[in-house]
Design a binder for this molecule. Structure first.
Ligand SMILES: [Mn+2]
Length: 227
């Protein structure tokens, strides 16, 4: 790891290498990333540590989205620091999407060559009446399948600025940029807040399994030799 990359990783994790010996990947380097992206519509900074404990510090200007991203961190055990500012006075859309893009890019960078990971993850998570299944393959082949949201969910506005249509948009942007195949199936639910939150939690749990280092996996978990 270069000195610069190490500093970025420390900034992302808020930890020094020798503090408490953060769990390292098989490469010996912390599986973390720190990225910035600015456009005319938003400015996004993401720090991410795959081997974290679910800590988060998130500010996107869209409070409900902050709540969802904190939930994603908590249940994936990925540490997340996200600072975003954008034209939320126009609409939350640009900022919400751009955060998902940078989050996906950071996730892919932190995974590195994927040596030693479980690769697949599958979780079914309830939130009261809502039930969601998420299945991931961290394969470098982006794909997104989304089914089962009840009619009208896309048009619901939650917390004043988050529209229900954004959930699929966020998950698709994340899948495209992280290079994962992601299937999200909403199996049941009625409350709009629960329907979104159960999706983030299910994705979090599936990611947690998929990125976990399995000591029995030797090298890269693919017959092809690369992912
Ligand atoms: Mn909630």
């Amino acid at each position: 790891m270069t000195e610069q990359r190490e500093q970025l990783a420390q900034a992302a994790t808020g930890r020094h290498q020798d503090d408490d010996a953060p769990v390292a990947g098989h490469q010996g380097a912390p599986r973390s990333a720190h990225l910035r992206r600015s456009t005319n519509e938003s400015s996004v900074e993401v720090g991410l540590n795959l081997d974290g404990s679910g800590d988060s510090e998130i500010s996107t200007g869209v409070r409900f989205y902050d709540h969802m991203l904190a939930s994603l961190a908590k249940h994936s055990l990925i540490d997340l620091r996200i600072q975003a500012t954008g034209d939320v006075d126009v609409d939350a859309h640009h900022t919400v999407e751009d955060v998902a893009i940078v989050l996906g890019d950071a996730f892919r960078e932190a995974l590195g060559d994927k040596r030693g990971i479980s690769r697949f993850g599958d979780a079914t998570v309830p939130l009261d009446e809502a039930l969601v299944q998420a299945v991931v393959d961290v394969a470098g082949r982006p794909y997104f399948v989304h089914t089962g949201e009840p009619d009208g969910q896309a048009y619901v506005v939650i917390g004043g600025s988050y529209s229900g249509s954004l959930t699929a948009h966020v998950l698709e942007s994340f899948a495209q940029h992280s290079g994962i195949a992601l299937h999200v199936r909403v199996l049941s639910g009625r409350d709009p807040h629960h329907l979104v939150e159960a999706q983030f939690k299910a994705v979090a749990r599936a990611l947690r399994s998929a990125v976990a280092l399995d000591p029995r996996v030797k090298g890269i978990p693919s017959e092809k030799g690369s992912l």
